[in-house]
Design a protein. Structure first.
Length: 253
């Protein structure tokens, strides 16, 4: 059966992020009023930066508190220390965590420095921590040029869980400028699996710019296939693509 994923097209990334941030704020406030915490699944890359800026603005100007929020990031490069300038730990602190009232003990990212013989246990522990926290209420995603979500490169099964993965050549090329050359880009990472992501109650995938138009079209309109991990979102009952006009430009629907 061919099914497509719902999508909404906005004038600009900022307009789309205002909408996603307001949805996040609503969830946080509603759950806090019931005495419950909110579990957010977070992504890195350039795409979610305007979302994080808007969340920081809501915190500063509209009293949105993250004191009741628990976060789980999708992934981390293997071999990078937390303090490495390109680690996702550093990215998240620089772009969001250092500017809001999230409690340090509520922040979770896979460790990039876990010894090889402890990786499986570390991944199982990450999965268990998500379950203990109550599962992910809302998961934010970007999309790689290979159609990956998190670091789930082509060939990753729909039911995969948090695991060690090898990075695709295209993904490493895309990361090369930030690392000052492809030779400095890690070859492996730990990522939540496709199954981990699909277990979130709500999913928002963000994509901007013409560079993403073709892969967005494949993910939304194409068949559900492990060649494009994002196409698995078609099987989720509450996953929405938030696009700008450029990233939506190849859609036929
Ligand atoms: C990396 C991240 C993904 C992200 C992708 C796209 O591979 N692991 O989570 O979606 O980059 O990056 P950008 O948002 O910069 O296009």
């Amino acid at each position: 059966m061919v099914k497509s994923s719902p999508f909404v097209v906005f004038e600009s990334p900022e307009a789309a992020c205002k909408q996603v941030a307001s949805e996040i704020a609503q969830i946080i406030r509603k759950r806090a009023s019931l005495g419950r915490s909110t579990v957010l699944g977070l992504a890195t890359g350039s795409t979610p930066i305007p979302l994080y800026q808007e969340l920081i603005r809501l915190h500063r100007e509209e009293n949105l508190s993250f004191a009741n929020v628990v976060t789980f990031n999708l992934d981390e490069y293997l071999g990078l220390d937390r303090d490495h300038p390109e680690s996702y730990w550093t990215f998240m602190h620089r772009n969001l965590f250092d500017h809001i009232d999230l409690l340090p003990e509520n922040i979770h990212l896979p460790s990039g420095m876990v010894p090889a013989d402890e990786i499986s246990a570390h991944c199982a522990g990450y999965e268990a921590a998500i379950v203990r926290a109550g599962g992910i209420d809302m998961q934010i995603l970007g999309i790689g040029r290979t159609g990956h979500i998190g670091f789930n490169e082509p060939g990753t099964p729909i039911d995969s869980r948090t695991q060690r993965v090898h990075l695709n050549e295209i993904t490493r090329q895309d990361a090369a400028p930030a690392f000052g050359g492809i030779e400095n880009v890690p070859t492996q990472a730990i990522t939540m699996g496709c199954g981990t992501i699909l277990a979130a109650r709500r999913i928002a995938l963000l994509a901007w710019g013409e560079k993403k138009a073709e892969i967005v079209r494949e993910a939304i309109e194409g068949i559900i296939t492990d060649r494009v991990s994002a196409s698995f979102l078609q099987t989720h009952r509450d996953a929405t693509y938030f696009l700008d006009k450029e990233s939506a430009s190849a859609l036929h629907l």
